[in-house]
Design a protein around this ligand. Structure first.
Ligand code: COI
Length: 363
């Protein structure tokens, strides 16, 4: 049972019907925001208290809010999909709720109960229902729950006041070029996370530390950056906001094991299941970069792809590094990669039977 109700009292819309319709024709990713947002506050004395759906808008924060100084913040990403009958669904939200709790624990933030997380999504999507695109391609309403230390305090300790919000943003493809083979730059100088650090948590700091390497990737004509383990710089961790998979000619699907420095992606876990369903052997292990590059050159690895909630599944056509460039297969989009993508999105949009019970109805 959810203790928080997220009541919706102020219902005036911020954006006109005509403007919203214009935005939904080609939303891009992360550019537009809906009429409302969900909010709840936690204090050390009262626990989780007032919750509500309020108009989307700027937050009033003290410049001394702890998050602005020490980065005590965690977030999530999931999507609301409109089905052909008009109903609106989301995908495995309890996994996001549990991951938010794990991330919060690591960042010394309070854990939001799973039921309250689910209520915040349902309440926000009910208020913002007209913002859920009728998909002509793969548009959805991207939901971004986040939690941060809002206490006005400059001492270094876990905050005593924390705010939780969910904002929503209509989204099309994450990559501006659409579902095209990516060029991925292998970072040899920067790490995303170290042993005992926050790599497995979904916290802003991990993404902040990836930005310089992303800029370096762009300077080398790449779309994304691949991080290696920080200790030996010899095995593959993940991309800047995505997990990574390889498919072999002998029908194995490989992905880095969860070592504590890799995000446990909901899409990652779902792909391991869908791949096994279609007869591929899932292998979660240490992926040694030099071996992967050799196997790409020999044709043993036939496909490579990136995955995440925002990115869905996106083929990788080329790996690039200071030492050279490696073309995966023929450099195009792999057949199995696209088949997995089709099946995953088919389930999410209600075109393919939800045989694992992964969907939760929101509206
Ligand atoms: C997501 O996939 O939802 C993320 O949070 C990753 C980010 C690159 C948008």
């Amino acid at each position: 049972m959810s203790a928080l109700a997220f009541p919706h009292t102020e219902t005036a819309r911020r954006v006109s019907d005509a403007e919203r319709a214009r935005i939904l024709t080609d939303p891009g990713f992360g550019l537009w925001y809906t009429d409302f947002m969900a909010h709840a506050r936690w204090t050390i004395d009262e626990g989780w208290g007032a919750s509500e759906i309020v108009p989307f808008g700027p937050l009033q924060l003290s410049p001394a809010s702890a998050v602005l100084h020490y980065g005590q913040e965690v977030f999530e990403g999931l999507k609301a999909f409109r089905h052909a009958d008009g109903s609106v669904w989301t995908f495995r939200p309890e996994l996001n709720a549990e991951r938010l709790q794990r991330s919060a624990r690591r960042l010394a933030l309070p854990e939001l109960p799973v039921a309250d997380f689910l209520t915040s999504l349902t309440a926000l999507v009910a208020a913002d229902e007209p913002w859920v695109p009728v998909p002509t391609g793969e548009q959805a309403l991207y939901l971004r729950p986040f939690m941060f230390a809002s206490e006005e305090f400059l001492g270094v300790r876990a905050a005593h006041v924390v705010d939780y919000y969910v904002i929503a943003s209509p989204a099309g493809n994450y990559f501006p070029r659409g579902v095209q083979p990516l060029v991925v730059w292998i970072a040899d100088q920067y790490s995303r996370a170290g042993a005992g650090g926050t790599g497995a948590a979904k916290c802003g700091g991990n993404y902040a530390s990836s930005l310089l390497a992303k800029d370096e990737a762009a300077e080398h004509g790449a779309d994304e950056v691949m991080f290696l383990d920080s200790e030996t710089r010899s095995s593959i961790d993940e991309l800047s906001g995505m997990n990574v998979f390889a498919i072999t000619a002998d029908d194995r699907i490989l992905t880095p094991a969860l070592t504590g420095s890799i995000l446990e992606g909901v899409t990652r876990g779902s792909i391991l299941q869908l791949a096994a369903d279609r007869g591929l052997e899932p292998v979660e292990q240490r992926l040694v970069l030099s071996e992967v590059l050799d196997q790409i050159s020999s044709g043993e690895i036939t496909e490579l792809f990136a995955c995440g909630t925002a990115a869905v599944i996106n083929p990788i056509g080329t790996l690039r590094a200071h030492g050279g460039s490696w073309t995966v297969g023929d450099g195009g989009s792999g057949e199995t990669t696209l088949a997995l993508r089709e099946e995953l999105t088919g389930i999410q949009y209600g075109r393919v039977a939800d045989r694992h019970g992964w969907l939760t109805r929101l509206v």
